[in-house]
Design a protein around this ligand. Structure first.
Ligand code: ATR
Length: 273
């Protein structure tokens, strides 16, 4: 479909967004459904991102994904928001802006795909890291599990994340063996898994054989954490699932369509090669 004055514009704002897979994922879904829309990557460097996002209102955007470091600004810029941190914005017919967060639910969707029996099986969660992603996942998991222990290099952030949820706890970063030994689900949210980071040795030998090991990093697709977990026979979950499912939920919010997540996975794996 060619781009005209009527084409609806969607995009992702963040800094950086140059390597985002969201344009590939959303433009392919737009094409699958023959929609007159386009999805672009918009690097937003601003001292006042809330004002910058409010100004986008006048530019005719229909919807945006928001990534680091603008998720708080997006929630603040909206006329209504589900919470203080948003990864999806939608412009309504009346010109107002609604903000949503699909990160946590996207993680649960991915977990259900990997381990359909996780509810009941997962009672104790160990969260490695306490950044924005860890907090969103912790909040989504909280009603379904007994405890969530946050272990973070900077203890103060673990305390903040843990105190935000009813069953949040703090585990000392130098006490990971104990945390791995007690967990039914370990979620790796730190940047230590990313390409180019120094190698981290995780105490996976302490895990029970039924543990689910999830990494939210997808570059590389098989992180050292996942490789080591799978080498010990544990069930592993890579970071693409959360990316795809948070995106599918955003697509549904914008278009009222549930897109094909399996097809997205094939496309993104090809794009990562
Ligand atoms: P996001 O919001 O996407 O989760 P973030 O807020 O930058 O991203 O979080 C990155 C996480 O990786 C944090 O938990 C960070 O720990 P700190 O809070 O102590 O910074 C963690 N992290 C990054 N580099 C690390 C390192 N070398 N060792 C341990 N943890 C690290």
């Amino acid at each position: 479909m060619s781009i005209t004055a009527a084409t609806k514009v969607f995009g992702i704002i963040g800094d950086p967004v140059g390597h985002s897979l969201s344009p590939i994922m959303h433009n392919a879904w737009i094409a699958d459904h023959g929609l007159d829309a386009v999805y672009v990557a918009l690097p937003l460097k601003s001292d006042d991102p809330t004002a910058a996002i409010r100004a986008m209102k006048g530019l005719g955007f229909s919807g945006l994904n928001v990534t680091v470091p603008h998720k708080e600004a997006a929630a603040a810029a909206a006329d209504r928001s589900e919470g203080a941190v948003a990864n999806v914005l939608r412009w309504e017919e009346d010109g107002s802006v609604s903000a949503f967060n699909t990160d946590g639910a996207g993680f649960l969707d991915a977990l259900s795909e990997t381990a359909p029996d996780w509810r009941g099986r997962v009672q104790r969660v160990l969260m490695l890291g306490a950044g924005g992603a860890a907090q969103a996942i912790g909040q989504a998991l909280s009603p379904h599990v007994v405890t969530i222990h946050f272990a973070n290099r900077t203890a103060a952030r673990a305390e903040t994340a843990a105190s935000a949820i009813r069953n949040g706890r703090v585990l000392r970063w130098d006490d990971l063996e104990r945390g791995f030994g007690a967990a039914d689900l370990v979620v790796q949210t730190t940047t230590l898994s990313m390409d180019g980071q120094p190698e981290q040795v995780w105490p996976l030998d302490y895990c029970r054989p039924t543990v689910i090991a999830a990494d939210i990093v997808y570059r590389p697709l098989e992180t050292e954490f996942l490789r080591a977990a799978r080498a010990r026979g544990l069930l592993g979950m890579d970071g693409l699932g959360m990316l795809i499912h948070q995106g599918a939920r955003a697509f549904d919010l914008w278009f009222g369509i549930k897109p094909d997540t399996a097809k997205a996975r094939e496309r993104l794996i090809a794009a990562l090669k």
